[in-house]
Design a protein. Structure first.
Length: 116
């Protein structure tokens, strides 16, 4: 998602449309507990459950991070950023791989039927 957002940010520069990626933090949802890889490993299941109990936010709190990024004047004009805890953060290293980003964009165009 970060790579797609960065590509959109680049393609939409100068249009008045801004695109950023937002990490809401650890949110107490079943996204991990329904994951096949997690289900196969009881220790990982326990780790995820404990992490969510101790550090996790409820879904409403997690959504507020995203809403804040969308409506706050603090981010007006900011584009192509990765926000965590409502501040710009360093992106995961693979997000800086331009060739990988281009390949993902081309595959996305193909799968959704966009003209090239």
């Amino acid at each position: 998602m970060i790579m797609a957002a960065d590509t959109f940010a680049e393609k939409l520069k100068g249009t008045g449309v801004t695109v950023n990626s937002v990490h809401p933090g650890l949110v107490k949802t079943p996204i991990f507990t329904t994951n096949y890889t997690v289900k196969r490993n009881v220790f990982f299941q326990m780790f995820v459950w404990l992490s969510q109990c101790v550090l996790g936010r409820d879904p409403w709190e997690g959504s507020q991070v995203v809403v804040h990024a969308a409506v706050s004047r603090k981010f007006e004009g900011m584009t192509g950023e990765f926000l965590g805890e409502c501040v710009p953060c360093r992106k995961p290293s693979k997000a800086y791989n331009e060739e990988l980003c281009k390949d993902i964009w081309k595959a996305s165009e193909f799968y959704v039927g966009l003209p090239r």
